[in-house]
Each structure stands twice: as C-alpha cells, then as structure tokens.
Write a protein that binds this ligand. Structure first.
Ligand code: GLU
Length: 446
C-alpha cells in the first residue's frame, strides 16, 4: 500500500543523527511503497521555533538525499486547530484548568508521598462558576486538558508488535497552554487526519502519546493511521542524544566531510537486524530496510563505526562521483590520484594531505629517515629510473634495489615509503610514486 508518511520536527535546533533516523525511515517507507513523504514543521511554539532552523533542517535532509513531496507548517494552520478545539470543548472532552505550575507540582508531591501515581486528579472538573470567576478575577487564564477515556488503548505497532497502554494511569494531557498556544499533540492529530497520513513512524519516546492521540483520532476520523515506534539512538554512555550535541548534528558531519550515504546508512541500519554495510545508493537502502528489522532496544552510536563505514564506502567510490568535490578542495584532474589514495582515507577531505605529499612537500609531522639507512638511500637514489614513469616503475626500481642491497620485505620498502611520503602507512607506492615524480623523489631520498 502506498503509505503517506511524515517527518515532523520542531524547528528549534539543528537535526542530529537521532532525528535523521525517523526522517530517513519515513522517507524509505514512502519510497518502498510508492507513497508520499511530508516534511511538516511542528512550529506551534512560536517562542522557540526559528525559520533559520526550518531552512537548515530542509537543507540537511536534502544533503542526506531526502526530498519531501510536500512541506507543511503548523503555524499556518491555526484556524483548523481552533475549530477542532472548539468541537472538543463542545463535546466536553477539552476542559479548562486553573492550577499554576507550582500548585500542580505540590499535588504531585503529595500523591507521591502517599504512594500514588502522579496522575492529574481532574479537580478542575469540579470547579463551580463562582470559583472560576474568582480565578479569572485574579487574572488567571485557563490551560486546557483533554478528558481521556480511562480505558486500555491497543494497537499493532509496525516495530513493537501489539502495544497496550492503560489510560487510567496517564494524566489528562494539556493540549492548549495558558497563553492559548497549542502543544504539538492536538495539531499533530488534526494534520495527520487532514493530510491523509496513513502511517506515523516516530521514536519510541512517543509510545504513551500514541495512546492519547489514538483517542483523539477516534473522535475525529474512522481512519486511524498505523503506528510504528523505532528505537532511539543512545551514545556510548547510554544517554539519549540532545539537540545540544553539536558534534552529532548532520551539519557538522557534512562539514567534517562524511559521505551523506554513509550517514544515511548508519542512521537507518544501526540498531536493526541488518549489519551496517556499504550500499550503492539510497535505492539499495530502501530495498534492504523493513520496519520489522528495527530492534526494540536502543541503538548504540559509536562514531568509530561511522568512520569505518565511511572509509569502506570511499574505497569503492568511482572518480566521477567525487570529481566535483575534489575540485572544490583544489584537486583538479586527479583520477589517477583518486585511485591511488581512496583506499587510505577515512573521510574525503583526508585526500588533501596526500595531494600535498604528492605535489608539494612532505608533511610537517613527517616521520624522519633513519640515519643508519644513509647508505641504502644513496643506492636507491643511484638506481632511481629516469622518467617517464608508470605503475611498473616502482617494481622495477625496487627489484633492482633488492638484488643490489640484499634487502627485502619491510626493510626494503619501509625506508622508501618513509623517505618518499613522510608516513609509515599510505597508498600503494606503485600507484603513488608516479604522482610524486622524479624530481621530488630525488630531493626526498637525498
Ligand atoms: N514534533 C514531534 C517531535 O519532534 C513530532 C512527533 C511525531 O512524529 O508525531 O517529537
């Protein structure tokens, strides 16, 4: 079935890998089913929402390869929300409450002290006209709670299987704040109904909300969407990711030179029954992914795993796919260079180091030549062939050097590598030596 799905971020910060997960999963489901992906900004909180963040989110998603079929923002739909809120008030399912935050806090403390769950006691339902008038005279404004049906709500979750929530242990949720603004709970349901959303895929921190929202859906429509709650990503110390974790933001990964495909594969497959693996493109990721492969326990994020995946993807990336980005790094006409170094980098910008080793000078932190090898270097220099050089030059040069010095293996190759590149690890020298060229090789061996 063609699923209509949505990713609904609040534009109150940049997205990180943990937010990219629902975005990508929703998008993949739309791709797989020939459906529609809606990017919806949950921006009813005018104070914290910023256009700049909405723009950044759209840009970060585009970088990941996620392009919405439709973009919506809740701030443009207030009339629709007001109409439904009025309807719920008329039905007696949305009721005014006057407790201050402090009063609610004290209530919860008393409940805990008596060993009771801190569920809202519905005292506001008992207020008479006189008490309400007194509150209003004090200048208090009401906030509005949804009157839950205290039943058990059950659904078939696309990831977690059958889920059941007992609503008598859930507080009637506040849908409208004292200042008249909506929390996301009600607008989200209204949007999902109006936009024909067929499947809500989001993090498992929303499981309780789902029970509440299913009750609201049932009042508004006979087509309640399906729900799927994916596991959340946690860091190595087991904590959830917060918006303040700058280093894991999609922006910073892009600036650090990660491949968007690596970030996408990692964000989706880590924490599923599939291993994190290089794939050709997003279509291949869509083929491999299925909601029922997502684990129920948290998905642990280790940056080292992403680095490793990124390196594996680069090792298999052809020149045409990176030529533009290499040019942006000042590397033009570098096809032979790319093939020589792609197996030795973790992130694309790492090529800069090898480009300057090939075409400019040795790195500042170059490994020093061992003075004990002076004689060996003198012979190497004497045997160095004249140009033109090609991929066979290294072999013929080192074979000649081997028979003259009797050195072989590491004792033959390592001093040459160190002198020519200033590094003890790096690209195959058969491919890299011609890039260094005769004159620089002479200088470095001398
Ligand atoms: N704005 C909500 C969030 O970011 C959306 C949740 C949902 O997908 O319904 O958590």
């Amino acid at each position: 079935m063609a699923e209509i799905v949505r990713f609904a971020p609040s534009p109150t910060g940049n997205i990180h890998i943990g937010n990219a997960r629902p975005a990508l999963i929703n998008w993949l489901v739309a791709q797989k089913t020939g459906g529609q992906f809606i990017l919806r900004f949950d921006d009813t909180d005018a104070e914290r929402s910023r256009q700049e963040y909405a723009d950044n989110i759209a840009e970060d998603l585009a970088w990941l390869g996620v392009t919405p079929d439709r973009v919506e923002r809740q701030s443009a739909r207030m009339e629709a929300y007001d109409a439904v809120a009025q309807k719920l008030k008329d039905m007696g399912r949305l009721y005014a409450c006057y407790e201050s935050a402090d009063e609610l806090d004290r209530k919860r403390k008393r409940q805990r002290a008596r060993g009771l769950p801190p569920v809202y006691d519905r005292a506001a339902l008992e207020l008479n006209a006189e008490q309400i008038a007194a509150y209003e005279a004090e200048g208090r404004k009401p906030h509005w709670r949804f009157l839950l049906d205290q039943k058990s709500v059950t659904w078939e979750d696309g990831v977690r299987g059958t889920q059941s929530i007992e609503c008598d242990s859930v507080s009637d949720p506040v849908l409208i704040r004292e200042d008249g603004t909506y929390l996301y709970t009600l607008p989200s349901v209204i949007d999902d109904v109006d936009m024909g959303v067929t499947m809500v895929i989001r993090g498992d921190d929303h499981v309780t909300n789902t029970a509440v929202q299913i009750q609201i859906f049932e009042l508004l429509t006979d087509k309640v969407p399906q729900f799927a709650h994916h596991n959340l990503i946690i860091n190595a110390s087991g904590e959830g990711l917060s918006k303040r974790l700058g280093s894991l933001s999609i922006r910073s990964m892009r600036e650090d030179g990660y491949e968007p495909l690596s970030v996408a594969i990692f964000a989706v497959l880590n924490g599923t029954s599939e291993s994190v693996q290089p794939l050709a493109d997003m279509a291949a990721l869509a083929d491999l992914f299925a909601l029922d492969k997502v684990s129920r326990s948290a998905s642990k994020f280790d940056i080292a795993d992403l680095v490793h995946l990124n390196a594996r993807i680069l090792h298999e990336t052809g020149y045409d796919a990176v030529a533009g980005r290499l040019a942006a790094l000042g590397i033009e006409g570098g096809e032979a260079f790319w093939h020589a170094v792609r197996g030795n980098i973790e992130r694309l910008p790492d090529v800069k180091d090898w480009w300057s080793i090939a075409h400019e000078g040795l790195p500042e932190d170059a490994v020093e030549k061992d003075p004990a090898d002076a004689d060996f270097y003198a012979r190497a220099l004497a045997l160095l062939p004249q140009e033109p050089w090609d991929e066979t030059t290294w072999k013929s040069w080192t074979s000649a050097l081997k028979s003259e010095t009797g050195r072989k293996g590491k004792t033959l190759f390592m001093p040459l590598r160190v002198a020519l590149t200033g590094r003890s690890h790096g690209p195959e020298l058969a491919a890299f030596l011609p890039l260094i060229g005769y004159q620089r090789s002479v200088d470095r061996l001398s």
